[in-house]
Design a protein around this ligand. Structure first.
Ligand SMILES: Nc1ncnc2c1ncn2[C@@H]1O[C@H](COP(=O)(O)OP(=O)(O)OP(=O)(O)O)[C@@H](O)[C@H]1O
Ligand SMILES: [Mg+2]
Length: 597
């Protein structure tokens, strides 16, 4: 019952992807034409041999000249068939891949435009599969399924017609075998499909285990879990072998059974047809043609039944693609966003008024947050972990939308500003600096070609990263491996500062990394930070209070509310939460400097 419903919606999803194929209807027609040519040449071959045997060889007056003509035509047919087949396969693959290219592009665009809440709900790994392999499976539908339906379907029909043309009675006998082949194929296909899925699942278990293990290899080694992990891996490995061998077994058995059936059919034709030849009902060449046709019968039937699987998996894949494409981005630009000319004059004043926010309905993470920051001000945010500091910033960048309240930039509700403009005005340096694989230069520019090399270098100079970068093996062209693993925390932080300076936003948000830096790097980062903060509104979430000691104002958050605000000295004097944090961080700082555990 459940399966039925799933496949129903799967078919629906697949049909919904059809418009992507529409621009290529001409290619499909061309393929259809080529398939007809190819099939015709292939069906005519046994017929030609029959003519040669009955007319030129076994006749009373053998005809060597006729034989030559038939052979020449035969070769011509073969060449024509090969060419038609080649062109048809290439055109079809090109068409399928073109369609998939569009679907993939749309998927990517669609995923990119989603709000952060989407990424909270959808695992990255699943999205990757979606864009990479689900689309490939759908391609199988447009190529394999379509081709097989047309080519093999046509092929079966043509062979049947040819046989009935040769001799109706023998042809009718041959038809008896059809249902048997179909039944055998369907039974085996169902079992093969189940086995195939088991193998796939077990293989993906291995891959998942491997990925997780390698990512956490340090922890595993430190906790000496190698043996346990090895045992687990070994179990997965063995179960995959079992599945694989049994899948192969079914597949081999299936092919042998088909072969057996085919040969029995040949024997039957020899018996029945041979009898007819003896009784002079048909000529010897006709018998030859029959045997030939019956042998050619199996391949298309086998291939058609296989398409059932293709259709099933294509439906599942289309379903998954459809699910993603159906999600409307939670955050959309206003119909008429604020004019770019007005945005040029933005000074960087920020207002939060009565903002409420929750990730999960009815569990507010921010409660009635109101504050204002003047243009050019440098303010700090502190609070215990989970207090909601990063969430405040995620609202300001409009990664999420508040449940209630208004956030304004220079008096303009940020909902009225197009997201691309907003993200040019408000720059964000996050807790975990993300570096892309590419050179240091690429990472400072973030692939924006309009930023020249000189601009990037001067941005690096501003934040004090220049000397450090120059000291690297290839300076600005040093390649960064994935995520910047070959750089220290401080270096990564500085590059992200340079990136922000090059972007030159009106408002800068810095979500400081929790990991403590050594005092020398910390000093560098501090200097970099003051350089970045100059001439713009800066909001800093600080874990080391030293970072915001000189802030104009500091907001203290506690369980989603602003509980204290003022300058460092004022807050220390107040003797509240901030003063507590200050005392604690003093102790932490001492510890980190002296190395006492
Ligand atoms: N994507 C999310 N989905 C659901 N809940 C979330 C999400 N992000 C954060 N939260 C929850 O919201 C609350 C506030 O989180 P937030 O990240 O704003 O804290 P924070 O003050 O930045 O903490 P930290 O100092 O550890 O960075 C926490 O209770 C957290 O569990
Ligand atoms: Mg945070």
């Amino acid at each position: 019952m459940k399966d039925k419903r799933a496949s129903g919606s799967g078919l629906h999803s697949l049909l919904r992807l059809l418009p992507y194929a529409k621009p290529y209807s001409w290619s499909f027609l061309l393929v259809l034409g080529l398939v007809i040519v190819f099939n015709a040449t292939s069906v005519l071959q046994p017929w030609l041999v029959k003519i040669a045997i009955d007319r030129d060889i076994a006749a009373k007056n053998p005809n060597p000249h006729g034989l030559l003509v038939v052979s020449a035509v035969y070769v011509g047919m073969v060449i024509l068939g090969v060419v038609a087949n080649y062109v048809q396969l290439i055109v079809l693959q090109y068409t399928g891949q073109s369609i998939i290219r569009w679907i993939r592009l749309d998927l990517f665009k669609h995923i990119e435009s989603q709000a952060m809440s989407f990424f909270d709900k959808n695992a990255i790994g699943r999205l990757v599969t979606n864009v990479s392999s689900d689309t490939e499976t759908v391609n199988q539908f447009f190529t394999g399924f379509f081709l097989s339906l047309v080519r093999d379907g046509l092929s079966i029909v043509m062979i049947v017609i040819a046989m009935f043309e040769l001799n109706g009675r023998i042809a009718a006998y041959c038809m008896l075998i059809l249902p048997i082949i179909f039944a055998v194929s369907l039974v085996f296909r169902a079992r093969l499909r189940a086995a195939y899925q088991t193998t796939r699942t077990r293989l993906s278990n291995i891959v998942a285990f491997l990925a997780e293990n390698l990512a956490g290899i340090r922890i595993i080694q430190i906790f000496r879990q190698e043996k346990r992990q090895l045992d687990h891996f070994s179990k997965l490995n063995t179960s995959h072998r079992q599945a694989n061998v049994s899948e192969y077994g079914i597949s081999v058995l299936f092919n042998r059974v088909l072969e057996l059936l085919g040969n029995v059919a040949v024997a039957a034709v020899v018996w029945i047809g041979g009898g007819a030849v003896l009784h002079r009902v048909i000529l010897f060449g006709t018998l030859y043609a029959f045997i030939s046709y019956i042998q050619r019968f199996f391949q298309p039937i086998n291939s058609v039944t296989q398409q059932w699987n293709t259709l099933q998996s294509a439906m599942v894949a289309a379903d998954r693609i459809g699910t993603v494409l159906n999600i409307v981005p939670a955050i959309q630009d206003a119909k008429q966003p604020v004019d770019a000319s007005r945005l040029k004059e933005i000074a960087g004043k920020i207002d939060f008024s009565h903002v409420w926010f929750s990730y999960v309905a009815d569990e507010p993470v921010l409660r009635d947050i109101s504050f204002s920051v003047e243009p050019g001000e440098f303010v700090g945010f502190v609070g215990a972990t989970g207090a909601g500091k990063s969430s405040v910033m995620s609202l300001l960048t409009r990664f999420y939308e508040p449940d209630e309240g208004v956030i304004a930039l220079d008096g303009i509700d940020i909902k009225e500003i197009a997201q691309t403009d907003l993200h040019r005005l408000i720059g964000l340096v996050q807790q975990d600096v993300y570096l892309f694989s590419g050179s240091i230069l690429d990472n400072i520019r973030l692939f924006r070609q309009e930023i020249s090399r000189q601009d990037a270098v001067s941005a690096a100079k501003t934040v004090g990263a220049h000397e450090i970068i120059e000291r690297m093996p290839h300076g600005y062209d040093t390649h960064i491996v994935a995520k910047g693993a070959n750089l220290s925390m401080g270096e990564r932080q500085l590059i992200s500062f340079a990136r922000i300076v090059a972007l030159n936003p009106r408002v800068l948000i810095l979500d400081e990394a929790t990991a403590s830096l050594d005092s020398q790097t910390e000093e560098l980062v501090q200097t970099g930070l003051s350089a970045v903060a100059a001439n713009r509104t800066t909001l800093v979430i600080a874990h080391r209070l030293s970072t915001i000691r000189h802030a104009n104002r500091i907001f203290v958050l506690d369980r989603g509310q602003i509980v204290e605000q003022g300058s460092h000295d004022e807050l220390v004097r107040l003797g509240g939460l901030y003063a507590d944090l200050h005392v604690k961080s003093g102790i932490e700082y001492e510890k980190s400097q002296t190395g006492t555990p």
